[in-house]
Design a protein around this ligand. Sequence first.
Ligand code: C2O
Ligand code: CU
Ligand code: CU
Length: 529
Amino acid sequence: MQRRHFLKLTAALSAAGALPLWSRSLMAATRPLLPIPSILQPDARGQYTLTAMTGSSQWNGKAVPTWGYNGGLLGPALRLQRKKAVTVNIHNQLPEATTLHWHGLEIPGDVDGGPQGIIAPGATRQVSFTPDQPAATCWFHPHLHGKTGYQVAQGLAGLVLLEDEASGKLRLPMQWGEDDVPLIFQDKQLNKAGTQIDYQLDIMRAAVGWFGDMMLTNGVQYPQHAVPRGWLRLRLLNGCNARSLHIATSDQRPLYVIGSDGGLLAEPVKVESLPLLPGERFEVLVDTSDGKAFDVVTLPVTQMGMTLAPFDQPLPLVNILPLRVLASGTLPDKLVDLPPIPATEGLQSRWLQLMMDPQLDQQGMQALMDRYGDKAMGEMKMDHGNMDMSHSAKPMDHGDMAMDHGSHGKTAAYDFHNGNKINGQAFNMTKPMFNVELGKLEKWTISGEGDHMLHPFHIHGTQFRILSENGKPPAPHRAGWKDMVSVNGWRSEVLVRFNYVANADNAYMAHCHLLEHEDTGMMLGFSVS
Ligand code: C2O
Ligand code: CU
Ligand code: CU
């Protein structure tokens, strides 16, 4: 597949009269080619099939058992059209139960694939839905409660490319894998021998998340990718369990952001660098017309003592090699019409207070420092200026939220599995926390006040607009359709609406997308009727 893609481009290159050897010498023989997820084709009945299966991947010359959809790692991309019905048959060939959630799609609760949509090992589940929302890059991944982090870390994730009339008219780069290139970024931790993914959900990870020291782009380390010259479209997905990324180019060429989680922006937004939260997507255009090679990199991010090597300096994610072939896509001045933000007075409002048991906080931080010592401590100092490890949630000035502090005694027997909470409650699959009226706008405030952590917060069943993010108006490229919002020691407000029903048995989820926080309780279910 990859070889074929490369050969196609080099063939085009020769046809254009360039020297065939010119590109070959540019392509480093030792660097892997960027794998491009295939576009999944429907069968004769027009149905799609996704099979969650075990397999293996090669890293550092060793075979490592991994999981994927229709293959050993990650999965194919589904290209869907707005208002066109789709049916997907999901087979589970894994040794354990799973679910398949459509992250970013506005579809009814019973096909959303949240924690209740369990597919037993060996079983098949058929889901049908008709997406009706603006063109966007979304994704699918498992959502089995308590095991989402593990199953995603094993390799289960794939893309959804939703298209509509407006996006089709824009002359954006559209040649999949050539000038329209998906980049799925994930970090992984292998065992010492390099033969197993070393996933742990322990007290340290429940507190800060699972981080790895191996950075992958579409499943391989620092690949190279040949592209035509002109406008290159990159569809960026942070598929990490917990790690925030900060995307830039090695030669400071700007990124023109054209789309966020749930759709295209009103107009391109030029940025020098682009923070990317776990679960978030952005589409960017990059000008490659100068024909010069460059890297897409991730800059160091200060996040809970995890700015450890190799993440302490700009880390290359993929090497982009422009060929002489000319690309045909353009960067339009205007993209789509975004509806203005309506007045928010009088809307139903809700307050979601993210919180962590003080025991989990203290013991998790202690474990972090035991493991990373001075390095983590240095980061901690940078993070909050002091080493006060007893930062239990501050008193709040907004009503009488039930604060479930539990016992403050430090005991080895503390069970962290429900140590993360929203409004004092760890996730309860049997009881939605509230019901939302179908089709009505609501204002939700998600607060991480009294906390020192980054929570990438996600809501199912909707694409929302950010009213404020950590006390500030959203950055221009974060002001369009979103399903993720940053909650970082402060509060963020979003304007949500749900256009489909979700009953209590198939409730929608709202949760922290730091998967270890999600798996240990920082999630709530809500119904829509
Ligand atoms: Cu990407 Cu509820 O998940
Ligand atoms: Cu989701
Ligand atoms: Cu969190």
